[in-house]
Design a protein around this ligand. Structure first.
Ligand SMILES: NC(=O)C1=CN([C@@H]2O[C@H](COP(=O)(O)OP(=O)(O)OC[C@H]3O[C@@H](n4cnc5c(N)ncnc54)[C@H](OP(=O)(O)O)[C@@H]3O)[C@@H](O)[C@H]2O)C=CC1
Ligand SMILES: O=C(O)C1=N[C@H](C(=O)O)C[C@H](O)C1
Length: 267
């Protein structure tokens, strides 16, 4: 299977190329960077520090549309939507890890899934996807007596907040408790905000140094606290998930899938 990687010079793009290179049955078909990038023409393997791969970095996905079967895209919401349009028009599948999409952008992504198979997940790691399951169980067992707060930490380059994973965790917990996250989320607190309401789900964002990605969901009541924590120490955990999703997508029907589908964690 031939895989294309957009954002090929980014933190995840480079790691995805490394993971493709290390996976039997997958080959890098194309590597795409921004049209203004000085890396256009370079060897994609050299950009990703895995040695020459004989794939020239290009500045436009349209230019290489015949060179791949599945696109792995970890870029920006605007770039992801443009790439979706091109892949839908050309019968390609996509694995999308981009976070920070607003509601309208999410809806647009969802509608592309009628025309093509898509795996879209805020976090491709096995551990976080297991945590989603544990969180639903914990929220159902603990119920409304426990305050829920979600704390996430990432490196100082990250541009969206809260992280996509923190928001997904919030959605899982809110669903399990019969709440609508859009109504009960509280993003940071400052000043005379008043006492906490029972319903709210609070989000705390830390941006510092080179933290790859830490997430904790805290359930607290009088007398005890339960914390479910995941810590990523290497981006390779996300890249391995992305290439696993790309292989899994082969022969899949059009539709929107997530990593729970890929990992068979839904039951
Ligand atoms: N789902 C998951 O498991 C994970 C998701 N992520 C998400 O992935 C995204 C990327 O993260 P990260 O790699 O750290 O970010 P980076 O900024 O390192 O990489 C993004 C890359 O996309 C490139 N890009 C932007 N627009 C275009 C375009 N129009 N065409 C081609 N390339 C483009 C950027 O190029 P330039 O630098 O030239 O602007 C950059 O190289 C984020 O949304 C992040 O939250 C990250 C890790 C795991
Ligand atoms: O930007 C990152 O780095 C990460 N982004 C994803 C998110 O927003 O949840 C996943 C991971 O935590 C790393």
């Amino acid at each position: 299977m031939r895989i294309a990687v957009t954002g090929a010079a980014g933190r995840m793009g480079k790691t995805n190329i490394e993971a493709i290179q290390a996976t039997d049955g997958l080959v890098l078909g194309a590597a795409i960077v921004e049209p203004t990038s000085s890396l256009i023409g370079a060897d994609a393997g050299e950009v990703a520090n895995v040695g020459k791969l004989g794939v020239e970095v290009v500045g436009s996905l349209a230019q290489v549309v015949d060179d791949f079967d599945v696109l792995i895209d970890f870029t920006t919401p605007k770039s992801t939507l443009a790439n979706l349009a091109l892949c839908a028009a050309n019968g390609k599948a996509m694995v999308i890890g981009t976070t920070g999409l607003n509601e309208a952008e999410r809806n647009e992504l969802n509608s592309f899934a009628e025309q093509m198979p898509i795996v879209f997940a805020s976090n491709m790691s096995v551990g976080v996807n297991l945590c989603f399951k544990l969180l639903a169980d914990a929220a159902k067992a603990l119920g409304d007596d426990y305050d829920v707060e979600i704390i996430e930490a990432h490196h100082h380059h990250k541009v969206d907040a809260p992280s996509g994973t923190a928001l997904s965790m919030g959605e899982v917990v809110a669903d399990a408790l019969g709440r609508d996250l859009r109504q009960c989320a509280v993003y940071g607190r400052e000043g005379q905000v008043g006492a906490r309401t029972k319903e709210e789900i609070g989000f705390v964002t830390i941006r510092a140094g080179d933290v790859v990605g830490d997430h904790t969901v805290l359930f607290a009541t009088e007398g005890e606290r339960v914390e479910i924590t995941h810590k990523a120490s290497s981006r390779m955990t996300f890249a391995k998930g992305a290439v696993r999703a790309a292989s899994w997508l082969a022969e899949k029907e059009n539709g929107l899938y997530d990593m729970q589908d890929v990992l068979n964690l839904k039951n």
